[in-house]
Ligand binder design. Structure first.
Ligand code: MG
Length: 242
């Protein structure tokens, strides 16, 4: 430990020797000026450059998978999954993005994947799991905050059912070559209730229920929310293109 500190002080000293003939302004960058954006009142609120996907009143930004209007119900400023009506997707498609969403899980007393299950899919293909992992165990790479069947969350910060929780997700979309092969992988960083649970993980491909991840070239895709038969709720969903 002490040796590490000595090495650090030596490094600072050597750095100063090399910087002797240089001026601070040599390394300043002024142009272009960084765009000003009005932040939200709190970190939960959408900044001025965000697209609001659900503000507590209208599901208009979404459609059912078959293109028909959303059949989930709007109740108490939230969207609630109605079992059997299917997943919903945004009408708009997105690439790399910052996504904020709030959710609460239900609790039917069952175990694992059968309790409070839903999910948010980036580009409709890459799932960050939503589950009532406060009370029941399941496979690590399938619990709340997991990148489904690829990465367990770093920690489990799931709140009890019927309490509001937040996901703040930073998604870097994968890119593709002309011949359809993958040029660069996708990446995900996820904060769950403000705690870092996925730290720039490299997506192996699509998040499949059965079988290995797949890598098939695609363009922008919708944000998808899953109907897994549990009456989970969502509110305050906004997104920024990156
Ligand atoms: Mg799910």
């Amino acid at each position: 430990m002490y040796n590490t500190l000595l090495a650090f002080i030596l490094m600072l000293f050597v750095g100063q020797l090399f910087a002797q003939d240089q001026k601070p302004e040599d390394t300043e960058v002024w142009d272009p000026e960084v765009t000003k954006v009005q932040a939200g009142k709190t970190v939960r609120d959408a900044p001025a450059d965000a697209t609001v996907l659900f503000d507590g009143t209208s599901t208009d930004a979404f459609v059912s998978l078959d293109g028909s209007p959303v059949k989930w119900k709007v109740i108490d400023g939230a969207m609630e999954v109605v079992a059997g009506t299917g997943d919903i997707v945004t009408k708009e498609t997105f690439g790399s993005c910052q996504l904020h969403l709030e959710f609460m899980t239900s609790d039917n007393g069952k175990e694992g994947q059968a309790n409070g299950n839903s999910g948010v899919f980036l580009q409709g293909l890459y799932e960050v799991q939503i589950l009532n992992s406060n009370v029941s165990r399941t496979y690590n790479n399938g619990q709340a905050g997991a990148v489904y069947k690829q990465y367990a969350p770093l920690v489990n910060v799931t709140k009890p059912a019927y309490e509001w929780q937040t996901y703040d997700i930073i998604f870097t979309a994968p890119t593709w070559n002309e011949n359809g092969s993958r040029k660069s992988p996708g990446y995900l960083t996820v904060f769950h209730n403000g705690v870092l649970i996925q730290n720039h993980i490299e997506l192996q491909g699509t998040t499949e229920y059965i079988g290995p991840p797949r890598n098939v070239a695609h363009g922008d895709g919708p944000i998808k929310l899953q109907d897994h038969s549990d009456p989970n709720r969502f509110r305050n969903i906004w997104i920024r293109r990156l």
